[in-house]
Design a protein around this ligand. Structure first.
Ligand SMILES: CC(=O)SCCNC(=O)CCNC(=O)[C@H](O)C(C)(C)COP(=O)(O)OP(=O)(O)OC[C@H]1O[C@@H](n2cnc3c(N)ncnc32)[C@H](O)[C@@H]1OP(=O)(O)O
Ligand SMILES: O=C([O-])CC(=O)C(=O)O
Length: 468
């Protein structure tokens, strides 16, 4: 299915059986093809696959629509194409067939690091292939080259009130970058449909490249006004530059954590609110900057990305109330207090997952390898909460998934490392989610996917349908 020099899906799956990993790792060096060349090679096979599906199976039934799907936020309804990742309720996310541990084994890290970096994850998401270290470096260099913000966007962001939520500022900044959209300019000139994806790809790479400078500028304006932003370092990876710009560049452990965080949050199949928003808005052929700014506003809701800020707020309030005597009994009591006051337990539950989120596990494992995190009071509280919360939520009896999602720990590690401004945390998520949402935009244009326009019904119509 994949072009020459690629790793097939089945081989990627096999990769999770660790015995085959050495073989797999040695087959991943495919020379120095660029990202664009690689995509040009893999796209025709996917176009063919879609053409065949349409021709042979357009009328094949693959599921039922129940009333609960219509009134229940479309949970479980298979109704959109998404190429880069698939979420299994029990196993969690796989990126082109690779689980998180698989990715940790095969995706190249930064030269001075061990964790997955944004570039290697982006390459995998876009192409279905594991990049070589050289390909990863090539992409890092390109992103660093393109990373500066235009003056107009700098001025716009600098003019925003300090009190405006950082996520609102990020959405505004991203949408304003569409001033220079290559896709929009080419569309105005009348480009052919077959050229959509190439211009989309250029905009997507430009946007991903500029996100660290934009996100860091917002951080500095809001929390460290008057401090100077360093220049982008052409030898650093995207996240290496991001931590430098934030002012935490000399904290290697935080940089490594952010590399892992940003790679892991990159994609979570298509139905989550931010990815789906990018897909919906992008389906109108609005440019990647507009589509992704819309996605950011979905991410900014407390049931979605903003939960990572809410978790920290909630854990700190718990810490304050319990004091030093942190026992299972005390945590249990606090959980019941939260639930009995009609609030959700942030960081727990999920629209699809029915087991602990493997992203949560991966971040917890990161904490276990760092003595400073193992001993951190906030991380210990997260761990103790995990020991108690599932049983309390089961007893409460409402949530279909009593286990932690990624937000249950992600912000707490940042807090430990001194990045304590929790209203900023979802911005970091926003830097990450671009990897998957923009990947799909490229694929949607390469495959010529249509305008998204589901049918809605009123309750009266639904009643008639039910009776019929
Ligand atoms: C990166 C991410 O976006 S991961 C998700 C981050 N969000 C959070 O952590 C917020 C807390 N969790 C939640 O609110 C939910 O679990 C969601 C939004 C993530 C998923 O929602 P759903 O798919 O509707 O969950 P589910 O079907 O299990 O909900 C059934 C009931 O359990 C409740 N429930 C779900 N999770 C929780 C929770 N963590 N605490 C308390 N109650 C919960 C729901 O509010 C719902 O109650 P209702 O019947 O009174 O409306
Ligand atoms: O999948 C979802 O609905 C929410 C989520 O975990 C994500 O978007 O990362």
């Amino acid at each position: 299915m994949f072009a020459r020099g690629t790793v097939s899906r089945s081989l990627l799956r096999e990769a999770s059986a660790s015995a085959s990993f050495k073989r797999f790792a040695s087959t991943k060096a495919f020379g120095g093809q660029s990202l664009r060349e690689t995509l040009k090679e893999v796209i025709p096979a996917k176009q063919e696959q879609l053409k065949k599906l349409k021709a042979e199976h357009s009328q094949t039934v693959v599921g039922d629509i129940k009333v609960e799907n219509i009134i229940g936020g479309m949970r479980g309804l298979k109704s959109m194409l998404w190429e880069a990742s698939v979420l299994d309720p029990n196993e969690g996310i796989r990126f082109h067939g690779l689980s998180i541990p698989d990715c940790q084994k095969v995706l190249p890290p930064a030269p001075n690091g061990k964790e997955i970096i944004a570039e290697s994850m982006l390459w995998l998401l876009l192409t279905g292939q594991v990049p070589t270290p050289e390909q990863t470096r090539q992409l890092s260099a390109e992103l660093a080259e393109k990373g500066n913000l235009p003056k107009s966007v700098e001025d716009l962001v600098d003019s925003l009130p300090q009190s405006l939520h950082p996520m609102t500022q990020l959405g505004i900044g991203v949408s304003a970058l569409n001033h220079d959209s290559q896709f929009q300019a080419a569309y105005e000139k009348g480009m052919k449909k077959s050229e959509y994806w190439t211009h989309t790809l250029e905009d997507c790479l430009t946007l991903i490249a500029k996100l660290p400078a934009l996100a860091a500028r917002i951080y500095r304006n809001v929390y460290k006004p008057g401090t100077a932003l360093p220049a982008l370092d052409k030898d650093l990876d995207l996240v290496g530059n991001y931590t430098q710009l934030l002012g935490y560049g000399d904290n290697h452990n935080l940089t490594e954590y952010l590399r892992l965080y940003i790679a892991l949050h990159g994609d979570h199949e298509g139905g989550n609110a931010s990815a789906h928003t990018a897909h919906l808005v992008g389906s109108t052929l609005s440019d990647p900057f507009l589509a992704y700014s819309a996605a950011l506003f979905a991410l900014a809701g407390p049931l979605h990305g903003l939960a990572n800020q809410e978790v920290l707020r909630w854990q700190l309030a718990m810490q304050k109330e319990i004091g030093d005597n942190i026992t299972h009994e005390n945590i249990k009591e606090y959980l019941w207090k939260t639930l009995n006051s009609g609030q959700v337990v942030p960081g727990y539950g999920h629209g699809v997952l029915r087991n602990p989120d493997p992203r949560f596990i991966a971040l917890q494992e990161f904490c276990q390898t760092r003595p400073e995190l193992k001993e951190s009071p906030i991380i210990q509280l997260v761990n103790k909460t995990f020991e108690v919360a599932p049983d309390v939520l089961k007893e409460h009896g409402k949530t279909k998934n009593p286990y932690p999602n990624v937000d249950a720990t992600s912000g707490c590690v940042l807090y430990h490392y001194g990045l304590t401004e929790f209203k900023y945390y979802t911005v970091i998520f926003g830097v990450s989610r671009a990897l998957g949402a923009l990947t799909q935009l490229v694929w949607a244009r390469a495959l010529g996917l249509p305008l998204e326009r589901p049918k809605s019904v009123s309750m009266d119509v639904l009643e008639k349908l039910v009776k019929a």
